[in-house]
Ligand binder design. Structure first.
Ligand code: NAD
Ligand code: TYD
Length: 331
């Protein structure tokens, strides 16, 4: 198997690269990544010399690059994206380009090359906010912010390639991931970094919004399973079975670091903030998968990982300085 992983220098991507190389010894892995602020070769340092691994620096929106990346490949796991809701609120431009147009380029290049399976990584955010029972795969997609709207577009475009061209596409819809190598703009690493520096934690609104937390290692096991055993044309929810109000997660971060709750500051809410994400994952569980990492231990271990990787955190935050200055001004 020769596998192309787009976005492999990002958070989930670099964890998935390691997972695949560890679990499938005879597979080769090629990563295509633009190395935006969110991606770094530091995240892949321990696999760069592996003869089974190859890194291609490039943009998925570039048709020729997408075609070149597909050369000799048997399957694709498409992770590359502009992945942050708050940035997409400041400007939707990059999200529209990469998440929608870039996904189109990847699907089109896979179709032209006759590549085997394409596992498209979507998100629980495509369903929009959940006010009732957890979402099932056939529920309508009603995304409410630019990031999730571009992801919903790509999700349906992927499906259209199955219907129209008979391309063997499988769609994963994972919930909020956490774990090592997560770029420190997302809640858990960002608040860990702020608390380590004794800076206030800017909680949007009352902090009672609910997220379902999935450890990235549980997610990687799900992705490999779906790549190999997911049914073409189908979407699969991948949940952590771990719905928590943000305040509970934030208090746990502070507790692990031994920092005071006086660091918490309630600030202006995110526009269009989805109050709850929740999904039913009966479908992937029927394939034999279930999340294994217990929430409190998983969060504590991740917080310690960030605290032990201060140089990585510092250089990651430095790459996003302009964004942090703009978004958190007054927050
Ligand atoms: P990330 O932001 O950490 O990494 C994204 C990677 O994609 C980076 O390495 C970046 O350099 C690369 N990239 C961005 N634009 C590119 C382009 N135009 N061409 C090539 N490479 C490009 O994101 P992540 O958290 O690892 O998320 C990976 C995927 O999983 C995304 O599709 C995201 O929507 C989805 N997802 C993430 C979560 C989560 O909680 N992190 C949850 C559900 C779904
Ligand atoms: P985030 O990690 O950005 O993921 P998403 O918005 O895709 O779920 O945010 C997780 C939750 O934490 C979300 O409800 C927004 C909240 N949050 C804050 O309250 N303050 C912050 O500074 C950030 C980054 C997030």
């Amino acid at each position: 198997m020769h596998l192309l992983i787009t976005g492999g220098a990002g958070f989930i991507g670099c964890n998935f690269v390691r997972h695949v190389l560890a679990e499938r010894e005879d597979w080769r892995v090629r990563v295509l990544d633009k190395l935006t602020y969110a991606g770094s070769l530091d995240n892949l340092a321990d696999v760069m010399d592996d003869p089974r691994f190859e890194f291609m620096h490039g943009d998925i929106c570039d048709r020729e690059m997408a075609e070149a990346a597909m050369d000799g490949v048997d399957a694709v796991v498409h992770l590359a994206a502009e992945s942050h809701v708050d940035r997409s609120i400041i400007s939707a431009e990059a999200a529209v380009q990469t998440n929608f147009v870039g996904s189109f380029r990847i699907f089109e290049a896979a179709r032209a090359a006759g590549t085997g399976r394409v596992l498209h990584v979507s998100t629980d955010e495509v369903y929009g906010a959940c006010f009732g029972d957890p979402f099932e795969e056939d529920d309508p997609l009603t995304p409410r912010n630019p990031y999730s709207a571009t992801k919903a577009g790509a999700d349906r475009l992927a499906h259209s390639y199955y219907i129209t061209y008979d391309m063997p596409v499988v769609i994963a819809r994972p919930s909020n991931n956490y774990g090592p190598w997560q770029y420190p703009e997302k809640l858990i690493p960002f608040f860990t970094w702020r608390a380590l520096n004794d800076e206030h934690l800017p909680v949007y609104g009352d902090g009672m919004q609910i997220r379902d937390w999935l450890h990235v290692e549980d997610h990687c096991r799900a992705l490999l399973l779906l790549l190999e055993e997911g049914e073409a044309g189908e979407a699969y929810n991948v949940h952590g079975d771990n719905e928590r109000p943000n305040m509970e997660t934030i208090r746990l971060i502070l507790d692990e670091l031994g920092k005071p709750e006086s660091l918490i500051r309630h600030v202006e809410d995110r526009p269009g903030h989805d109050v709850r994400y929740a999904m039913d994952a009966t479908k992937i569980r029927a394939l034999g998968w279930e999340p294994q990492i217990e929430w409190e231990q998983g969060i504590r271990k991740s917080v310690r990982w960030f605290a032990e990787h201060v140089d990585w955190m510092r250089s990651s935050v430095a790459r996003g300085k302009a964004y942090f200055d703009e978004w958190y001004a007054g927050r």
